[in-house]
Each structure stands twice: as C-alpha cells, then as structure tokens.
Write a protein that binds this ligand. Structure first.
Ligand code: ARG
Length: 478
C-alpha cells in the first residue's frame, strides 16, 4: 500500500472522490474533521477482511436478485483488482478516504463504474466494520493462541529435561519447601494452557456474522444474512440487528485474554529477572536472548523478561481503556466504537511478540542445577516434613509446628546447625535426621498434584493430553 497521510487531505470536495454521504451535504468536510475522525492509518490492516466481507456481500446480493450475474462479475473483478493493487502497493489512497471501507468502495466504483456503486446495497459501514473486526479476530486470536501453545511446548520440553533438579519453592519470596524444577515450569504451563482455552471460548462466542444488520435495523431489501454467515464460515448470523452493530464484547474479551496472558508472562518474566541475578544464580540466559549495557562491560541484562513484565501495564491499559469507551454507549452504533481497533491491534501484536521472545529465551536458557540444589537442600526446607513426622507419631499438628519452630529459632539465634539441635532434642532425636538428607525432601512430595517425582510424572501425562486437545483445535481452519 502506498504511504499516504489521510490527515493531510484538503477540505471540501477532494478531486479524487467525495464523501460517501455527500448527497445530504452542501459542502465538503473540514480539514479538522477529517484529521480528527480518520481511521485509515490504523484500519488499513483490515483491508483483506474488508474484501472478504465485500465478496460475500456481493454474492448474496446476486443470490437474492439485487445484482445480475453480469453485475456481480463486474464488481467481483473490481474487488480482485483492488486486492491486487493493495498487495502490489499501487493502491492510491485519496484524501477523502476516511477509512479502509470508504477507500475500497471508492476504488471499486472507479474501476467498475456505476455498477460499483451497487456494492454497498443493503449494507452500512456499521455492520461492515463489525464483520471485518470479527474476521480479523478469528484469525489473529487463533494466531496468538498458537504462540501461547508454542511457549507451552517449550516449557513442557524444559520441564521434561528437569525431572532430576529440585529448587526451593517460595511463598512470600521466602524459601518454603523444595519442588522439582519440572513442577515449577509446569505451573507456568498450566496458566498458559487456560489462556488457550479462553481463546477457544472467546472465539466460539464471537463466531457470529453481523452482516445484514445494516445501519441498525436490517433492511427493506430481501437480504439473506444466514447465507452470508455460512459463506464466510461463521457458526451463525446475528439475532438482533441493534446488537449486531453495537456488540463489541468480543473485543473486550479478547483484550482481557491478552491482558491476562501478558500478566502471566509478567510473572514468568519476574522470575527470570530474579533467577538470573548473581544473588539467585539459578538461570543463565543465552547471549542471543540477553542484552548488554552501553556503559557497564560486565552486564548481561534480561531485557526480554523485563519488557514482557512491563508491557503487561500497557495491555491492562488497552483493556480498561476500551471498557471505559464502551461504558454507557447507547444503542446502536456510535463513532466511539472506532476506538476498538487500536487497543485490539496493540494488545494482540504486543502479546504475540512477547510470547515468541519468551519462548526463545526459555528454550535457550541454562538452569544452574548446583545453585538450585544447594537452595533446595537447605535444612530449614525440611521443617514441615519433620513436623508432619511428629504428626504421624500422634502429636497434634499445632504442637508439632511449635516444637520444630522452636528448634529452627534456636538454630538461627545461636548459630547451631539444625541437625545438631534435632539430634539432641528429646522430642525429636537422631531418627529425624533422615529428613535432612540432600535431595530427600522433594521426593516426599507424593500427594496428587504435588511437587515430587511421582505426582509430577502423572502431571506430564495430563499436560501432554491437554496439549494434544488444544492442538486439534488450533489446527482447525476456524
Ligand atoms: N471507521 C468506522 C469505525 O471504525 C467505520 C464505521 C463508521 N460508521 C459510521 N456510521 N460513521 O467504526
């Protein structure tokens, strides 16, 4: 497409075309109006979807007898030429092209002559733009879901390689109990897997064709919305024309899914930032997925992880900003709705880029098992198991908790190693030292869904099943 700034258009009656609504108006639009209302700079990316919708509309017009076969052929050919011009970047935008819909219709009319002027029969930009955006979302939403799936695959792969590595699990960012690295990575996997499920739900709800709603109330012409819906492979046509042109739930839902996915990425990103510090030392980033400092020669920075974290703020803004736009809008179409596109495009683009960058980072990073193991084997991490052993011997849990807590406090305050205090404590004794054996604590996490080798092996099966199920959906056309 040729670069053209529609905002630079002249005011009244531009030479290359008049506004679509010129009949009712004595003079052309002011420069300021065009500059303020124009959406072409960002809705140009809907061109392909607009052509798809227009072709389906023209076919329907011919089916119901509103266009002759010849007229249909002429208009379809003009649409094909427009597509070629857009692809080859020879499409000349005119200053009066307020949005991609007007640009395409203007050009079709230039190419096809008076027959081209029949393209918009029974259609309004209100149902047209709603259709275009649904076509866009069904493709791009799935594409984002696919990238989520790719990151899940990387996490699953890395988890599969990490079944022998334990690290300290944290609550309050304080060491709590050891967990397998596989278990930790799979925790991120499951969060992302719910995001893919959300895309599936959202796209099934959005699977509605709004074409035929007209401006707001349908038409006096014999339109056939159901046939357009099936030609475009939508699950169903709209039920209510007012709702069809004002419903942007699908945009809000998509923005929420993207924002939540980005929040999940920000939590993974935060851990990458922490783990790659000298203080944690759990993870080393590959050179290709880290950045240097312009001043500090020794630095290797986790910028991808930081940006994945930082961009969550932006996606939350896209969501809340758009909800604020929708709030209190009366039925049906209002120009406010044009504000749906920029946040949607921004959120999906940003989320997709973050997912791919993090997938590459996670696929190539090195986990430092020595540092993780040293942390996992810290004797205090076994405190709960010792208390639970007392419970097995009949001590009420609260009492057991207090006994072990006291021993830990003494160890911290007096600087005496925990094993020494445990051996010498009459309520505990040398039998309890097995709980401090390196690598043993994580193996005791045996309950379903727990962090030890046995439940994690089962978890892998469930994770692979989930991947296959989602893969089946992702591989479908729509
Ligand atoms: N550019 C507009 C949008 O994105 C297209 C619909 C305009 N409709 C109208 N009645 N002015 O919403």
């Amino acid at each position: 497409m040729s670069e053209h700034d529609p905002a630079s258009g002249r005011g009244s009656e531009p030479a290359s075309g008049r506004p679509l609504w010129h009949g009712r108006f004595g003079e052309g639009p002011a420069d300021e109006l065009l500059a303020f209302t124009v959406s072409l700079p960002f809705d140009r990316r809907l061109a392909g979807d607009d052509l798809t919708g227009s072709r389906a509309h023209v076919q329907m017009l011919a089916r119901v007898g509103l266009l002759t076969d010849d007229e249909r052929t002429t208009v379809i050919k003009a649409l094909d030429q427009v597509e070629a011009e857009l692809t080859e970047d020879t499409f000349a935008f005119a200053p009066s092209d307020e949005d991609i819909h007007t640009a395409i219709e203007r050009r079709v009319t230039e190419i096809a002559g008076p027959v081209g002027a029949k393209l918009h029969t029974g259609r309004s930009r209100n149902d047209q733009v709603a259709l275009d955006l649904r076509l866009y979302l069904r493709r791009e939403g799935r594409a984002v879901a696919l990238r989520i799936h790719e990151l899940q695959r990387v996490l699953l792969q890395r988890a599969g390689e990490s079944t022998e590595i334990a690290l300290p699990g944290y609550t309050h960012l304080q060491r709590a109990q050891p967990v397998l690295l596989s278990h930790h990575l799979l925790a991120h996997f499951w969060a992302l897997s719910r995001d893919v499920d959300r895309w599936h739900d959202c796209l099934s709800r959005a699977d509605v064709s709004p074409l035929g709603a007209g401006a707001l109330a349908g038409s006096s012409l014999p339109l056939d919305p159901a046939s357009v819906a099936s030609a475009l492979e939508f699950a169903r046509p709209f039920e209510n024309s007012l709702d069809a042109v004002s419903d942007r739930d699908f945009v809000a839902e998509a923005l929420f899914i993207a924002a939540l996915t980005q929040v999940h990425l920000s939590r993974l990103g935060e851990e990458i930032v922490l783990w790659s510090t000298d203080e944690f030392g759990f993870m080393q980033l590959s050179d290709a997925y880290a950045t240097g400092s312009s001043m500090l020669p020794q630095k290797k920075n986790p910028d991808i992880a930081e940006l994945a974290r930082g961009k969550a703020g932006r996606l939350i803004g896209d969501l809340t900003g758009f909800l604020a736009t929708l709030k209190s809008l009366p039925l049906a179409y209002n120009r406010d709705l044009q504000e749906d596109k920029e946040p949607l495009f921004d959120a999906l683009d940003t989320c997709a880029l973050s997912l791919s960058a993090l997938a590459g980072l996670m696929a190539t990073a090195t986990f430092v098992d020595t540092a993780m193991t040293a942390g996992a084997d810290s004797p205090f991490n076994a405190a709960t198991d010792i208390a639970e052993h007392l419970v097995r011997q009949g001590t009420p849990f609260r009492e057991a908790h207090a006994i072990v807590g006291t021993v830990v406090r003494q160890s911290v305050e007096r600087g005496v190693p925990l094993d020494e205090l445990i051996s010498n404590d009459p309520r505990l004794g040398p039998d309890f030292l097995i709980f401090l054996e390196p690598g043993s604590a994580v193996r005791r996490r045996t309950t379903p869904g727990g962090a030890g080798p046995e439940p994690v092996a089962l978890q892998f099966e469930k994770a692979r099943e989930r991947m296959d199920r989602q893969q089946t959906w992702l591989a479908l056309e729509h």
